[in-house]
Design a protein around this ligand. Structure first.
Ligand SMILES: [Zn+2]
Length: 194
């Protein structure tokens, strides 16, 4: 119908993206405010892009006969972010933002441990050793604006900042200033685990 608008979100799922549901999540603790976004990078096998291997990892489809040694080493991992933003700008959602995706692991933000409970995770297809793409920055900016409008997000930070010493992503090449220039609440202080 003319003028009819589809909802932007349904049960924590963004409607304008690819949905590949993952079982790797838990319910958030009751009355938890979703107040943090954690940015990551990932490439599988390492430094290779566009092979759908991240999608397979996040949906527990790594096989015992993977040709790549590193891929085989991931077989028992149970992880997923909420979103994956590929080099092309393609956006896939794996877990409802209402649930806690298994993305940050042992982590700490603003004195609270276990960031999965109160954060949304976004993986950027990439690595610590080369720049991210313009398409990724463009899509990421829009996604973060939407998240900040729909959830009480107080900070956007990196996996390296909530798990320093253990994680290094999104890494040196990620341009935080681009997000700051959009008025997003970027925090890049290291939150050392006590
Ligand atoms: Zn990470």
């Amino acid at each position: 119908m003319p003028g009819e608008q589809k909802p932007l979100w349904t049960d924590g799922w963004l409607q304008q993206c690819i949905h590949v549901p993952s079982p790797n999540f838990s319910q958030r603790p009751q009355h938890t405010e979703i107040s943090l976004v954690v940015l990551h990078n990932i490439s599988l096998p390492p430094f290779e892009y566009g092979q759908q291997a991240v999608q397979r990892l996040f949906t527990n489809q790594i096989r015992a006969d993977e040709p790549d040694d590193f891929m085989r080493s991931l077989i028992n991992l149970r992880v997923s972010s909420h979103f994956l933003l590929e080099r092309s700008g393609a956006l896939t959602q794996f877990v409802s933002c209402d649930d806690a995706a298994f993305q940050a692991g042992v982590s700490r933000f603003d004195g609270r441990e276990g960031c999965n409970a109160f954060s949304i995770g976004i993986e950027l297809e990439g690595c610590d050793f080369e720049p991210f793409t313009e398409s990724q920055y463009a899509q990421l900016g829009g996604l973060l604006q939407t998240l900040c409008e729909c959830y009480p997000i107080k900070a956007v930070t990196g996996h390296q900042h909530v798990a320093p010493g253990r994680k290094s992503d999104p890494g040196h090449f990620f341009q935080w200033d681009r997000l700051r220039a959009q008025g997003l609440p970027v925090t890049t202080e290291y939150q050392w685990l006590l």
